[in-house]
Design a binder for this molecule. Structure first.
Ligand code: FAD
Length: 714
């Protein structure tokens, strides 16, 4: 019998038992009158057969609660009337827990997967909440007899709460209510109706008890925070409302927001204002890409009907232009601009001395809150012999003025891919080494395959599935030894660019002394509000992750600043529901939300709709037909789960999907929006059109055909 048939059989048995209960009118035996009438008989039987009675009663109770039948209340009273307070409580307490768990397991077996599959993405927040605080919620619900127990059993079964947690929390949570009913049962003669048992006062005290675990949780959080702060005397007055450490994307935005709401804020930067993005990341890399693209276009002159286009360049001048672009953007992040906005900018290395004190340049400043925005730096893997060579990273690459003849790029992630393609276009013989079987390992294989093809067609050598083992320099010749399928591969090079990931900057400024925890991947541990273990010390950007983009750093910065300044009144959880990113290779790769790889890994059902750029008029006119748009939707629905675009301007085009996802607009809405002809942006609309075409019902079309034939009149 397969799983579905087994489920069906169980469902039929449960339905039959419940139907039988009502058909044979067994309800009549679960009334106060019936209990009173039979009490003498039951007591006599219990006197004569104490064990059989206890066992029989236990099984009956488990069955009634397990099948979610009405009657548990009366059985609770009966337990008191028959067994007395203590024995009755013992029996009912265990039987009700067992019955509740049985109902929970049946519902989970029959419904959990269906519900999670269908609504998994929408239940994400609830699932997360239950995973974290499920025991608290269940305990609160169990304490308040206002919530019907059988509904709690069924609802909890649909969440990810563990069975064992459900069992022990139920046992504990129901104990108070059980005792009230069993105790009432010992006075059964005095009870006329069920409402005699639970007075409004009693219900209110239970409701208060129900709130208690939630209050207790808040209290635990408060005490934990107090304990963390206990060893540090709180200043009577503070110099600053907020001190921000690091003037990169995260730090600048935090400071900006604080100043905008008139807080006294100090921003401390030890190196250059603007951090990585301006000085060694997004800005110089995009400037370099621009020059490299120009060269690539010139080489394609014939494609555009131009017989020849001669280009001459000096790599040093290209790099000077890159520096010029950085200088041009610099004022946006400058001390002058931020001072003008009301931020005090200090140059120097900050060190957190206590949760209330930051030291910089020999001064100690007191502050109510601290935002750590110290970013990340290139991660250099411990490859044997790597220290023998002067390798390049995204930090020192920008000082290069001589084009490497043979450049080995270690790492096929976004940074490695963007830079490798640039250098290949400038004329370096580029070899890219990647441990994973594909470039951009987080993207779907077809995305990486397109990039792979593009890179190879430009003469780059791609060594995928290659693990770097060691660097050797026999007779001054530099070579990297890699392992592939158990064999060693030797790759010669002149310069090596290490681009295998980023390492958070967490050392040397007081985190260890304060015991601020780091995660396994080295990022600063923060909660949903971006707080560290000290409630007034926050972190945002690359130093805490989980994303390492400029736009996510500034997104988090809002939460860090607002929570740091106003968290005493209201704190906000960071919203990571719609996170976009782009890799600025040619073709560009941009994505928002899930791709197929992630949806499969998370067990989220999806439909995939694709539109190829070779069908788009503007792409044809531009000679940029390489690429596609792919959108993931909920099966049968136009709700967008994620979109990936590969092609010219993908980073710009993805914007429409970002807005649609953020604002809950489906593909039908995109389809109903006028897009300018002829633009690349039409690709988004045509993808929605493809989706629509796949969802037109054949039956409807059939009827429409008949209608039109009828209108022809022949
Ligand atoms: C080559 C490259 C290309 C990239 N391209 C993109 C892109 O196209 N799009 C994108 O979104 N992202 C891109 N990124 C990533 C982006 O640069 C980062 O995600 C972003 O800079 C993170 O900002 P942040 O504020 O967290 O840290 P950072 O920008 O690193 O800023 C941290 C600052 O803190 C300072 N600091 C550290 N410790 C102290 C201390 N103790 N006292 C005082 N100051 C301190 C540092 O000097 C630094 O200035 C790229 C990165 C690289 C390397």
């Amino acid at each position: 019998m397969n799983a579905n048939n087994r489920k069906l059989l169980l469902l039929l048995i449960v339905i039959a038992l419940i139907a039988g209960f009502f058909l044979f009118d067994l309800q009549q035996y679960f009334s106060l009158e019936a209990l009173k009438a039979k009490q003498a008989e039951l007591n006599a039987f219990q006197q004569a057969n104490p064990w059989s009675m206890a066992l029989g009663f236990f099984v009956l109770y488990v069955l009634v609660t397990g099948l979610s039948l009405p009657g548990a209340t009366i059985l609770g009273l009966a337990a008191g009337a028959i067994f007395g307070l203590w024995q009755g409580t013992l029996i009912v307490s265990f039987a009700s827990t067992l019955g509740a768990t049985l109902a929970f397991l049946i519902a989970r077996y029959l419904l959990h997967d269906v519900v999670q599959e269908r609504f998994g993405s929408r239940l994400k927040a609830i699932n997360e909440g239950v995973r974290k605080d499920g025991a608290f919620y269940l305990f609160a619900l169990r304490l308040v007899p206002l919530f019907p127990f059988f509904i709690i059993n069924l609802v909890m079964a649909l969440t990810p709460i563990r069975t064992w947690t459900f069992l022990w929390v139920s046992q504990l949570g129901m104990l108070g209510g059980t005792m009230v009913y069993v105790n009432a049962g010992t006075q059964i003669a005095a009870i006329e109706t069920a409402s005699d048992i639970v007075s409004p006062e009693l219900l209110l005290s239970f409701a208060l008890l129900g709130i208690f675990p939630l209050l207790a949780r808040k209290l635990v959080g408060f005490l934990r925070a107090r304990r963390a702060l206990a060893g540090y005397p709180k200043p009577k007055a503070f110099d600053r409302n907020m001190i921000v450490i690091g003037a990169g994307s995260g730090g600048l935005v935090s400071a900006y927001i604080a100043a905008a709401v008139k807080a006294k804020v100090t921003l401390i930067e030890k190196h250059k204002m603007g951090g990585d993005c301006l000085n060694t990341g997004c800005v110089p890399s995009k400037a370099l890409i621009r020059s490299a693209r120009f060269l690539a276009h010139a080489r394609r002159a014939r494609e555009f009907g131009i017989r020849s286009a001669q280009v001459e360049f000096d790599f040093a001048e290209v790099m000077e232009r890159v520096s010029g672009v950085v200088r041009q953007v610099e004022p946006h992040d400058s001390v002058e601009r931020y001072t003008g906005l009301g931020v005090e900018c200090l140059q120097g290395e900050a060190r957190i001395r206590s949760p209330y004190e930051v030291e910089v340049g020999g001064r100690t400043l007191t502050t109510r809150s601290i935002v750590i925005a110290t970013g990340a730096g290139p991660f250099v893997p411990p490859i044997e012999g790597i220290e023998q060579i002067e390798y390049l990273t995204s930090d020192n690459l920008w000082e290069l003025r001589e084009l490497p003849e043979r450049l080995l790029v270690l790492g096929g992630g976004p940074i490695g891919c963007e830079l490798a393609q640039c250098f290949a276009r400038f004329g370096s013989k580029v070899t890219l080494v990647e441990m994973a079987p594909q470039l951009l390992p987080r993207e779907d294989p077809e995305v990486s395959a397109l990039l792979d093809e593009a890179f190879r067609s430009e003469g780059m050598e791609l060594l995928l599935d290659h693990r770097a083992l060691r660097v050797e320099t026999p007779e001054g010749r530099k070579q990297l030894i890699c392992e592939r399928e158990g064999r060693e591969v030797v790759i010669g090079f002149d310069q090596m660019l290490v681009a295998v990931g980023r390492k958070p900057n967490t050392q040397g400024f007081g985190l260890q002394e304060l015991g601020i925890e780091l995660r396994q991947n080295g990022t600063v541990e923060t909660n949903d509000h971006l707080q560290t273990r000290y409630p007034n010390i926050y972190a945002c950007g690359d130093v805490t992750g989980p994303y390492q983009f400029t736009h996510t750093a500034s997104h988090q910065a809002w939460y860090a600043a607002v929570n740091a300044l106003f968290g005493g009144w209201k704190k906000f959880r960071v919203d990571y529901s719609v996170i976009p990113h782009a890799t600025f290779t040619d073709p560009e790769v941009a994505r928002v939300g899930l791709n197929a790889r992630e949806a499969q890994a998370q067990g989220i059902p999806f439909e995939e709709t694709r539109f190829d750029l070779e069908e788009l008029d503007r792409a044809i006119a531009e000679g940029e037909t390489r690429g596609f748009v792919k959108v993931l939707t909920l099966p049968g629905k136009d709700k967008i789960l994620g979109a990936t675009i590969v092609g010219e301007q993908a980073g710009e085009l993805i914007g429409e999907f970002i807005t649609a996802m953020r604002r809950g607009l489906g593909l039908n809405k995109i389809l109903g929006t006028i897009h300018i002809y002829p633009t690349l942006g039409e690709a988004v609309k045509y993808t929605a059109g493809n989706w629509k075409r796949n969802h037109v019902s054949e039956k409807t079309l059939d009827w429409l055909m008949r209608y039109h034939r009828w209108r022809l009149g022949n």
